[in-house]
Write a protein of this length. Structure first.
Length: 282
Protein backbone atom coordinates (compact mmCIF):
# COMPACT_ATOMS: atom_id res chain seq x y z
CA UNK A 1 0.00 0.00 0.00
CA UNK A 2 1.18 3.51 -0.81
CA UNK A 3 1.57 5.54 2.35
CA UNK A 4 2.54 9.16 2.83
CA UNK A 5 5.86 7.98 4.25
CA UNK A 6 6.69 5.68 1.30
CA UNK A 7 5.34 7.71 -1.61
CA UNK A 8 4.65 11.36 -0.72
CA UNK A 9 6.31 12.25 2.62
CA UNK A 10 4.56 15.14 4.38
CA UNK A 11 5.88 17.44 7.10
CA UNK A 12 3.90 19.87 9.17
CA UNK A 13 4.52 23.37 7.73
CA UNK A 14 2.11 25.71 9.49
CA UNK A 15 -0.98 25.86 11.66
CA UNK A 16 -3.94 28.12 10.98
CA UNK A 17 -5.39 29.26 14.29
CA UNK A 18 -8.56 31.17 14.97
CA UNK A 19 -8.61 33.66 17.82
CA UNK A 20 -11.14 35.90 19.53
CA UNK A 21 -8.26 38.18 20.46
CA UNK A 22 -5.87 37.84 17.51
CA UNK A 23 -3.56 40.72 18.45
CA UNK A 24 -2.85 39.19 21.87
CA UNK A 25 -2.09 35.89 20.16
CA UNK A 26 0.12 37.59 17.53
CA UNK A 27 2.05 39.33 20.33
CA UNK A 28 2.60 35.98 22.06
CA UNK A 29 4.08 34.25 19.01
CA UNK A 30 6.17 37.29 18.09
CA UNK A 31 7.58 37.77 21.54
CA UNK A 32 7.80 34.22 22.89
CA UNK A 33 8.58 32.27 19.70
CA UNK A 34 10.76 34.74 17.77
CA UNK A 35 8.29 35.05 14.91
CA UNK A 36 7.92 37.96 12.49
CA UNK A 37 4.45 39.16 11.59
CA UNK A 38 2.95 40.14 8.23
CA UNK A 39 -0.61 41.44 8.52
CA UNK A 40 -3.32 41.19 5.89
CA UNK A 41 -6.29 43.45 5.18
CA UNK A 42 -8.82 40.86 6.43
CA UNK A 43 -7.27 40.97 9.91
CA UNK A 44 -5.29 37.76 9.45
CA UNK A 45 -1.58 37.62 10.09
CA UNK A 46 1.18 35.26 9.03
CA UNK A 47 3.93 34.71 11.55
CA UNK A 48 7.22 33.19 10.47
CA UNK A 49 10.14 32.03 12.57
CA UNK A 50 12.99 29.54 12.23
CA UNK A 51 11.37 26.43 10.71
CA UNK A 52 7.96 27.39 12.03
CA UNK A 53 4.96 29.35 10.79
CA UNK A 54 1.50 30.20 12.10
CA UNK A 55 -1.46 31.85 10.43
CA UNK A 56 -3.79 33.66 12.84
CA UNK A 57 -7.29 34.81 11.83
CA UNK A 58 -10.01 36.55 13.83
CA UNK A 59 -12.68 34.00 14.83
CA UNK A 60 -15.62 33.55 17.21
CA UNK A 61 -13.64 31.12 19.34
CA UNK A 62 -10.07 30.07 19.99
CA UNK A 63 -8.75 26.96 18.33
CA UNK A 64 -7.20 25.34 15.31
CA UNK A 65 -8.79 26.00 11.93
CA UNK A 66 -6.41 23.86 9.86
CA UNK A 67 -3.08 22.06 9.91
CA UNK A 68 -0.98 22.38 6.75
CA UNK A 69 1.48 19.73 5.61
CA UNK A 70 4.21 20.36 3.04
CA UNK A 71 4.96 17.86 0.29
CA UNK A 72 8.35 17.71 -1.44
CA UNK A 73 7.29 18.83 -4.94
CA UNK A 74 4.44 19.42 -7.38
CA UNK A 75 4.61 15.84 -8.63
CA UNK A 76 3.94 14.48 -5.12
CA UNK A 77 1.14 17.03 -4.74
CA UNK A 78 -0.55 15.77 -7.92
CA UNK A 79 0.05 12.13 -6.95
CA UNK A 80 -1.51 12.57 -3.49
CA UNK A 81 -4.46 14.50 -4.83
CA UNK A 82 -5.18 11.78 -7.35
CA UNK A 83 -4.91 9.07 -4.69
CA UNK A 84 -7.32 10.90 -2.38
CA UNK A 85 -9.84 11.50 -5.19
CA UNK A 86 -9.69 7.83 -6.14
CA UNK A 87 -10.58 6.98 -2.54
CA UNK A 88 -13.63 9.23 -2.73
CA UNK A 89 -12.18 11.96 -0.54
CA UNK A 90 -13.57 15.43 -1.30
CA UNK A 91 -10.64 17.66 -2.23
CA UNK A 92 -10.91 21.45 -2.42
CA UNK A 93 -8.50 23.91 -4.00
CA UNK A 94 -7.20 26.54 -1.62
CA UNK A 95 -5.01 29.63 -1.83
CA UNK A 96 -2.44 29.92 0.94
CA UNK A 97 0.12 32.67 1.58
CA UNK A 98 2.71 29.98 2.36
CA UNK A 99 2.04 27.40 -0.37
CA UNK A 100 2.56 27.25 -4.12
CA UNK A 101 -0.39 26.95 -6.48
CA UNK A 102 -2.24 23.63 -6.55
CA UNK A 103 -2.48 23.26 -2.76
CA UNK A 104 -5.67 21.63 -1.55
CA UNK A 105 -7.58 20.84 1.58
CA UNK A 106 -9.64 17.93 2.86
CA UNK A 107 -11.88 17.43 5.89
CA UNK A 108 -11.98 14.38 8.13
CA UNK A 109 -15.33 12.80 9.13
CA UNK A 110 -15.50 15.12 12.18
CA UNK A 111 -14.79 18.24 10.10
CA UNK A 112 -11.11 18.89 10.89
CA UNK A 113 -9.36 20.55 7.96
CA UNK A 114 -5.98 19.32 6.72
CA UNK A 115 -4.12 21.18 3.96
CA UNK A 116 -1.51 19.66 1.66
CA UNK A 117 0.74 21.66 -0.65
CA UNK A 118 4.25 22.56 -1.69
CA UNK A 119 5.93 25.22 0.45
CA UNK A 120 6.85 28.47 -1.23
CA UNK A 121 10.55 29.33 -1.10
CA UNK A 122 10.15 30.72 2.41
CA UNK A 123 13.73 30.28 3.70
CA UNK A 124 12.25 29.63 7.14
CA UNK A 125 15.43 27.83 8.17
CA UNK A 126 17.39 31.07 7.71
CA UNK A 127 15.29 33.13 10.11
CA UNK A 128 16.87 34.10 13.43
CA UNK A 129 15.57 32.80 16.76
CA UNK A 130 15.63 29.90 19.17
CA UNK A 131 15.46 26.45 17.51
CA UNK A 132 12.07 24.72 17.30
CA UNK A 133 10.70 23.24 14.09
CA UNK A 134 6.93 22.97 13.95
CA UNK A 135 6.64 19.19 14.00
CA UNK A 136 3.36 17.66 15.14
CA UNK A 137 -0.25 18.34 15.98
CA UNK A 138 -2.54 16.33 18.27
CA UNK A 139 -6.31 16.17 18.81
CA UNK A 140 -8.75 14.67 21.27
CA UNK A 141 -11.66 12.83 19.69
CA UNK A 142 -14.83 11.09 20.74
CA UNK A 143 -14.50 8.79 17.70
CA UNK A 144 -10.96 7.48 17.86
CA UNK A 145 -11.41 4.33 15.76
CA UNK A 146 -13.14 6.24 12.94
CA UNK A 147 -10.38 8.88 12.91
CA UNK A 148 -7.63 6.27 12.76
CA UNK A 149 -9.47 4.50 9.95
CA UNK A 150 -9.73 7.73 7.94
CA UNK A 151 -6.20 9.02 8.50
CA UNK A 152 -4.63 5.61 7.75
CA UNK A 153 -6.81 4.17 4.99
CA UNK A 154 -7.81 7.37 3.19
CA UNK A 155 -5.00 9.85 3.85
CA UNK A 156 -2.14 7.33 4.08
CA UNK A 157 -0.72 7.99 7.56
CA UNK A 158 1.03 5.02 9.22
CA UNK A 159 0.47 3.89 12.82
CA UNK A 160 3.69 4.16 14.83
CA UNK A 161 2.31 3.33 18.29
CA UNK A 162 -1.00 2.53 19.93
CA UNK A 163 -1.79 3.06 23.62
CA UNK A 164 -4.34 0.54 24.86
CA UNK A 165 -6.37 0.29 28.10
CA UNK A 166 -5.19 -3.02 29.52
CA UNK A 167 -8.50 -3.79 31.27
CA UNK A 168 -10.93 -3.02 28.48
CA UNK A 169 -8.66 -3.57 25.47
CA UNK A 170 -9.84 -0.18 24.18
CA UNK A 171 -7.55 1.92 22.01
CA UNK A 172 -6.81 5.16 23.92
CA UNK A 173 -4.17 6.97 21.85
CA UNK A 174 -2.84 6.51 18.33
CA UNK A 175 0.42 8.07 17.08
CA UNK A 176 0.58 8.48 13.29
CA UNK A 177 3.47 9.29 10.98
CA UNK A 178 3.61 10.87 7.53
CA UNK A 179 7.39 10.69 7.04
CA UNK A 180 10.30 9.10 8.91
CA UNK A 181 9.57 10.88 12.20
CA UNK A 182 7.69 8.84 14.81
CA UNK A 183 4.59 11.02 14.64
CA UNK A 184 3.42 14.17 12.91
CA UNK A 185 -0.16 13.61 14.14
CA UNK A 186 -1.82 11.84 17.07
CA UNK A 187 -5.32 11.31 18.44
CA UNK A 188 -6.33 10.82 22.08
CA UNK A 189 -9.67 9.34 23.05
CA UNK A 190 -11.53 12.09 24.87
CA UNK A 191 -14.98 13.17 25.97
CA UNK A 192 -14.72 16.20 23.68
CA UNK A 193 -13.47 16.93 20.20
CA UNK A 194 -10.80 19.50 20.80
CA UNK A 195 -7.33 20.50 19.77
CA UNK A 196 -4.96 18.85 22.23
CA UNK A 197 -1.59 20.49 21.48
CA UNK A 198 1.06 21.24 18.89
CA UNK A 199 4.79 20.73 19.13
CA UNK A 200 8.12 22.32 18.22
CA UNK A 201 11.06 19.94 17.82
CA UNK A 202 14.34 21.43 19.09
CA UNK A 203 17.88 20.21 18.50
CA UNK A 204 18.75 18.93 21.96
CA UNK A 205 18.01 18.86 25.68
CA UNK A 206 19.79 22.19 26.27
CA UNK A 207 17.27 23.86 23.95
CA UNK A 208 14.47 22.55 26.18
CA UNK A 209 16.28 24.21 29.11
CA UNK A 210 16.55 27.51 27.22
CA UNK A 211 12.86 27.50 26.22
CA UNK A 212 11.96 26.70 29.83
CA UNK A 213 14.02 29.68 31.00
CA UNK A 214 12.34 31.94 28.44
CA UNK A 215 8.84 31.03 29.64
CA UNK A 216 9.97 31.30 33.27
CA UNK A 217 11.03 34.94 32.67
CA UNK A 218 7.46 35.71 31.60
CA UNK A 219 6.00 33.73 34.53
CA UNK A 220 4.42 31.21 32.13
CA UNK A 221 4.42 27.96 34.08
CA UNK A 222 5.03 24.51 32.65
CA UNK A 223 1.83 22.45 33.16
CA UNK A 224 3.16 19.06 31.96
CA UNK A 225 6.75 17.85 32.10
CA UNK A 226 9.63 18.15 31.80
CA UNK A 227 9.74 14.45 31.07
CA UNK A 228 10.12 11.80 28.43
CA UNK A 229 7.23 10.29 26.49
CA UNK A 230 7.16 6.49 26.03
CA UNK A 231 5.83 6.49 22.44
CA UNK A 232 8.29 8.61 20.41
CA UNK A 233 10.83 8.58 23.28
CA UNK A 234 11.01 12.38 23.13
CA UNK A 235 11.96 14.76 25.91
CA UNK A 236 9.30 17.42 26.38
CA UNK A 237 7.47 20.05 28.36
CA UNK A 238 4.20 21.88 27.70
CA UNK A 239 2.95 25.42 28.30
CA UNK A 240 -0.03 27.40 26.98
CA UNK A 241 -0.17 30.38 24.60
CA UNK A 242 -2.18 33.58 25.04
CA UNK A 243 -5.42 31.77 24.04
CA UNK A 244 -4.60 28.83 26.36
CA UNK A 245 -3.83 26.56 23.41
CA UNK A 246 -1.26 24.00 24.56
CA UNK A 247 2.18 23.94 23.00
CA UNK A 248 5.00 21.50 23.49
CA UNK A 249 8.78 21.71 23.11
CA UNK A 250 10.49 18.43 22.33
CA UNK A 251 13.88 16.88 21.60
CA UNK A 252 15.16 13.47 20.52
CA UNK A 253 11.94 12.36 18.79
CA UNK A 254 12.41 8.83 17.47
CA UNK A 255 12.91 8.13 13.75
CA UNK A 256 11.26 5.17 12.03
CA UNK A 257 11.63 3.11 8.90
CA UNK A 258 8.70 2.45 6.58
CA UNK A 259 8.72 -1.25 7.61
CA UNK A 260 8.40 -0.54 11.35
CA UNK A 261 5.30 -2.31 12.73
CA UNK A 262 2.97 -0.49 15.16
CA UNK A 263 4.01 -0.74 18.81
CA UNK A 264 1.61 -1.19 21.73
CA UNK A 265 1.83 0.56 25.10
CA UNK A 266 -0.36 0.23 28.20
CA UNK A 267 -2.48 3.24 29.12
CA UNK A 268 -0.61 4.58 32.17
CA UNK A 269 1.12 7.67 33.47
CA UNK A 270 4.48 5.96 32.88
CA UNK A 271 3.68 5.55 29.17
CA UNK A 272 2.89 9.24 28.71
CA UNK A 273 5.73 10.43 30.95
CA UNK A 274 8.33 7.89 32.01
CA UNK A 275 9.87 10.49 34.38
CA UNK A 276 6.80 11.04 36.52
CA UNK A 277 3.28 12.40 36.58
CA UNK A 278 1.32 12.61 33.35
CA UNK A 279 -1.55 14.70 32.07
CA UNK A 280 -4.23 12.04 31.53
CA UNK A 281 -6.90 13.16 29.04
CA UNK A 282 -10.48 12.31 29.95
FE1 LIG B 1 3.15 15.96 21.49
Amino acid sequence: MNTLQTSTPARLLYLHMGSKEPQRQIDFYQHMLDMHCESYADGSAVLKGPNRAVLISPADKHGLLAAAFALDNQSHQAQLRQRLEQKGCRVEDIASPLLETGSFSIRDPQGRETIFGVAQDLQLGELPGMPGRLQHVVFQTTELEAMVEFYVNTLGFTISDNVVDQETGKLMVCFLRSDDEHHTLAFFRGSKNEWDHHCYETNEWNDIRDWGDRFAKERINIFFGPGRHGPGNNLFFMVVDADKNRLEFSAELEMTTAEQAPGEWPQSEHTLNSWGRAWMRS
